[in-house]
Ligand binder design. Sequence first.
Ligand SMILES: C[S@@+](CC[C@H](N)C(=O)[O-])C[C@H]1O[C@@H](n2cnc3c(N)ncnc32)[C@H](O)[C@@H]1O
Length: 279
Amino acid sequence: MSASTSPLSLPVIVTRLRAAGCVFAEDEAHLLISEARTPTDLVTMVDRRAVGVPLEHVLGWAEFCGLRIAVDPRVFVPRRRTEFLVHQAAALARPRAVVVDLCCGSGAVGAALAAALGRVELHAADIDLAAVRCARRNIPAAVGQVYEGDLYDPLPTMLWGRVDVLAVNAPYVPTEAIELMPPEARIHEPRAALDGGADGLDVQRRVAAAAPLWLAPGGHLLIETSDRQARQTAATFARNGLIPRVVSSDELDATIVIGSRPALQNGGSGPGRARSSST
Ligand SMILES: C[S@@+](CC[C@H](N)C(=O)[O-])C[C@H]1O[C@@H](n2cnc3c(N)ncnc32)[C@H](O)[C@@H]1O
């Protein structure tokens, strides 16, 4: 729909979104107008956004690594900072790598890795059925397999010892910090997508404990974490026999820990503008 055929004028929408606390009200208004299929559609979209529904849920998609990722209601919205996880994982993948996107949510990480790497064997899994359905839209069968279940449980055992890149953005918010999150996340994203337990690291510990069974020799586990939690995440990796290093991007405000299964110890530091430190 064009601004001239819109049932609500651009300034009216902008004023409404601003009053609702949308910082990028003008950009959002343009997006809503261009994405609405009908005038009624636009009114509904503006109403939903004004009551705090995340823009990506209103639009039905999020931009991630240059892709348009479908994001269904009650599915975690992929964050810009997670693009750093994709960049680091892509830099470590060999040709035709076996890639697993665990805790895949919408499947954004897996879809972006497949797009970046071309020929990969991609598997993704999530415990939440809504996320799995959404991920299957972003990772169609021709691109990869998406499974439903608790962490590694649904993955085929033929992947034992074969995974080159295990990319994970699991929940890592400490339970007590959830109430400090913006309402868009607290109210519209499932608690299981955010809550990482008392110190935020419950799911990460489980991921790291089983990773050596699945990783190929020289394979890598990459987990998104926070600056504050990175040392603990790295220590968990080390306890499970992985050689950890912490990598950060100031630009994306992102921190990940990379744990390599010994045999092919990697010495690279990944793509540009990243800070890296061994722990
Ligand atoms: C922070 S979201 C990240 C989603 C996606 N990786 C991304 O970056 O957009 C965490 C995801 O982990 C999933 N999850 C939480 N606990 C899980 C578990 N035990 N097994 C599998 N998935 C789990 C949630 O359903 C949610 O989709």
